[in-house]
Design a protein around this ligand. Structure first.
Ligand code: ZN
Length: 231
């Protein structure tokens, strides 16, 4: 296996920061994104914009930025009834999880990513999951990821290393990490070109970027930005 990396890249703030983190560390960085019947295709558009901007604005990362892979997992959207994939309003469920939770989504993403990393001969898999601001999604927990690393290595007879650079930091610290990695040019890309909003609003502009400003993802992003600029 090479010391190359595969980054789970959705076009959002977290995975864009993780991509920059990986580009600073690994000689070759490939990206994978999933089309699983999201209601909003804006994420997929943002991916391409962000990739193009990183290559344009960061000559030191340009050579390392390798293939981008988009994998269609329509079955995930068909299996789950959530407000991310169907025309439902956002709500909290009785179990305390928001109804944006797609059961097992990160486990499924990691299994697909590892299958691709196996074929591409890449050792490192990077994901932006985070236990600090994780909205209660159990598949974002550190123990879940560690268990998944063991399962993938046993199941594929490889030595993958799963990296979670954001696991123990909050959204304000994620902005700070972006500034450390790429200064103001990276902050500009994250702010202007990434997408977090659950409603797919990429036209309403706030100081923290685009979004509806009221959904849980926008709330989190706005609070993180306020913490960042106040620091
Ligand atoms: Zn929103």
């Amino acid at each position: 296996m090479t010391e190359g990396a595969l980054v789970l890249f959705s076009g959002g703030q977290d995975s864009t920061t993780c991509l920059a983190w990986a580009l600073e560390r690994f000689g070759t960085v490939e990206t994978i994104g999933f089309a699983y019947g999201q209601r909003h295709h804006i994420e997929m558009t943002c991916r391409e914009t962000v990739l193009a901007s990183l290559a344009r604005d960061f000559p030191r990362w340009r050579d390392g930025l390798a293939e981008d892979h988009v994998v269609a997992i329509d079955a995930l959207g068909a299996l789950s009834r959530t407000s991310l994939t169907q025309d439902m309003a956002f709500a909290m469920e009785k179990d305390g999880l928001p109804n944006t939770f797609v059961p097992g989504r990160n486990l499924i993403f990691l299994a697909f990513a590892a299958a691709l990393a196996y074929r591409r001969n890449l050792k490192h898999i990077v994901t932006g999951v985070c236990e600090t601001d994780y909205s209660g999604y159990p598949d974002c927990r550190d123990d879940t990821i560690k268990a998944m690393q063991v399962a993938l290595n046993l199941g594929m007879e490889r030595r993958f290393v799963l990296h979670t650079p954001l696991m123990w930091i909050n959204k304000a610290e994620t902005w700070r990490m972006a500034r450390r990695l790429g200064g103001e040019p990276l902050i500009r890309i994250v702010r202007e070109e990434t997408h977090s909003c659950y409603l797919g609003d990429h036209t309403t502009r706030h100081d923290w970027g685009y979004g509806c400003g009221t959904c849980p993802a926008c709330d989190l992003r706005a609070a993180g930005w306020r913490g960042f600029v106040a620091s």
